[in-house]
Design a protein around this ligand. Structure first.
Ligand SMILES: [Zn+2]
Length: 269
């Protein structure tokens, strides 16, 4: 089995997790910028975080010969402070040329507030100006449907954004079609608590189709499982999915989306 882990917050994980992922068949890991579990107090905190994502983590992953990529942004949880968000948005372009940066993410909404919307719009404009891929986080539970619709509206409102170059993550049964029907990619997050179990994720794939979908573990500092993708692949095998169908979902699909950025250049065969 081989797979790409397109969404994992490795700064929060121990080095053993890298080793376990590689042993399970991981051929690349991608790390979107995220909330640290607490609000950072200044732009300097983000500067250091972006250095960690673009300098230190690739080196840690390389100990296991695992290519490491990252996405940059200020996450929606910290977007309430508009002055701080503007300062962070200003330093992002200085990192976009780094060899492992794939795009702007994970942007999006958390509580669907006015300030989150403003910062989302600015990130989308930044991605458009610099021709970057976009990875968007959708809110949890009762805020998810409204938040997903708002994010899609903002993306569609910017004529420079091509839907095929943006992925909307953490989709569920009630949001997946909205995303796919509008031409965007959709991500299903396998998470022990609030998001999908492997069985639920496979149900979604079986009903929504597997053309523009990827699976990810989104492992971070909370309860989460860096091996959720290969475990779900095993579940698919038990249900009778072919090796080709599994490879298409967990390797070929993320490969197709991510290789729209030329820096994502892992071997396909
Ligand atoms: Zn995440």
């Amino acid at each position: 089995m081989r797979y790409i882990e397109p969404h994992a917050h490795m700064v929060s994980r121990v080095t053993d997790d890298y080793e376990r992922m590689v042993l399970a068949g991981c051929e690349a890991v991608c790390e979107p910028a995220f909330w640290a579990g607490f609000d950072r107090s200044s732009v300097a905190g983000f500067f250091d975080y972006f250095r960690q994502l673009t300098e230190y983590e690739p080196k840690r992953a390389d100990k296991f010969k695992l290519p490491h990529y990252s996405w940059l942004c200020i996450n929606p949880k910290e977007a309430e402070d508009l002055a701080l968000a503007d300062e962070v948005l200003k330093i992002i372009p200085g990192f976009l040329d780094r060899p492992n940066v794939l795009g702007i993410g994970e942007i999006g909404l958390n509580k669907n507030t006015r300030n989150e919307m403003l910062v989302l719009e600015k990130h989308i404009a930044l991605a458009a100006e610099h021709d970057q891929l976009i990875l968007a986080h959708t809110p949890h539970l009762e805020d998810k449907l409204k938040g997903t619709k708002l994010i899609l509206d903002v993306l569609k409102a910017d004529s420079r954004i091509q839907p095929g170059r943006a992925i909307i993550d953490h989709v569920e049964e009630h949001t997946v079609s909205l995303v796919l029907d509008a031409g965007f990619w959709a991500g299903i997050t396998l998470y022990p608590e609030s998001k999908c179990t492997p069985a639920r994720a496979i149900d979604i794939v079986e009903t929504a189709g597997n053309e523009q979908l990827w699976l990810n573990c989104a492992c971070d500092w909370g309860n989460s499982d860096p091996l959720a993708v290969p475990k779900t692949a095993l579940e698919m095998k038990k249900r009778g999915h072919s090796a080709e169908a599994i490879d298409a979902l967990i390797f070929q699909n993320p490969f197709r989306f991510l290789s729209q950025c030329q820096k994502f250049n892992i071997a396909q065969d």
